[in-house]
Write a protein that binds this ligand. Sequence first.
Ligand code: TXA
Ligand code: MG
Length: 349
Amino acid sequence: MNTRHYIVDKDKPDFRLLDQAAAVLRQGGLVAFPTETVYGLGANGLDPRAVAKIFAAKGRPADNPLILHIADVHEVEKLAKKVTANAAALMAKYWPGPLTVVLERTRLVPDAATGGLDTVAIRLPDSPVARELIRLAGVPVAAPSANTSGRPSPTTAADVLADLSGRIEVVIDAGPCGIGVESTVVDCTTPVPTLLRPGGVTLEMLAETLGEVEVDPALGGEHVKPRAPGMKYTHYAPAAPMTLYEGETEAVATAIAAAAAGLVAAGRRVGAVVADETARLLPPQAATATYGARGDLAAAAAGLYSALRYFDAVPVDVILAEGVAESGIGLAVMNRMRKASGYKIVHCE
Ligand code: TXA
Ligand code: MG
């Protein structure tokens, strides 16, 4: 199949192009589209055969449930048996936006979308392109990130095409995504809501709205089974093995510079995913993808996945990555970086 590439304005998208893409969704096809977090791979979320195509195109394990994207808050009532008070508070505050709530599902939601779970993940995105597309499709749109399973999520249409060209009918291109890491996933079926995946709506913001919020213990490390099935898989892996340096800022920068110098001297091709300040300390032979100024956590989130994908085109033997502070959206960045490293972590003091 020939993937059609529709270029639209991110604030005022061409209605006719979105309507053509919506028709593809209604007919059971696959459309990749931008959201404020990452690009999604969409299909009609109520059609099990369309949903099955998502799993086939991505090579995604069937037990990993999808998020249903809606364009209007009232659609939740069709998909969720009960909107708990905690979910209602979160939705009122952070929708539209980078927040996904997990609720008990209704019978309308097909097994194919939830991996057989009796819960469903729902999100109302902020991106006008995404919302208009969903509205025109007239159905909830199931959409995981539009990458091949295991790869970094796409933050541009070029990233989507690198993984899925020829496997999807359409990609809608509205330029790079603003946030850059996937939505926050919160299980609202438990008496105290539980953070399953950190994202753009930060833990601090959740705590402020809910008073009390639990954090899935699996977020702390690799040996605990996570409650979001997708969080257990190797993820976000760049093209070369990556080691993550985290800890005290100066010690991290010094350790990365020393490791890079040693590896270059040994004839290895070194890649670095670091802050601007650290890039200046590296030997000129190291290929560097920076994610912005140190301490700018929003920039790190927005730049992380393209930095990881940079080494698809620039071959290296090893990647050295610099961690960020774990506050705000930094919690999400560190969660993704640790997974991308396969938990190969050097702690620096
Ligand atoms: O920002 C995002 O959320 C993007 C854009 C496209 O909206 N989508 C996204 O989808 O990241 P995906 O499929 O890559 O990640 C969904 C995560 C997975 O970890 C999955 O296991 C979890 O949400 N999830 C989905 N349904 C769930 C459920 N019923 N219970 C627990 N976790 C669930
Ligand atoms: Mg994903």
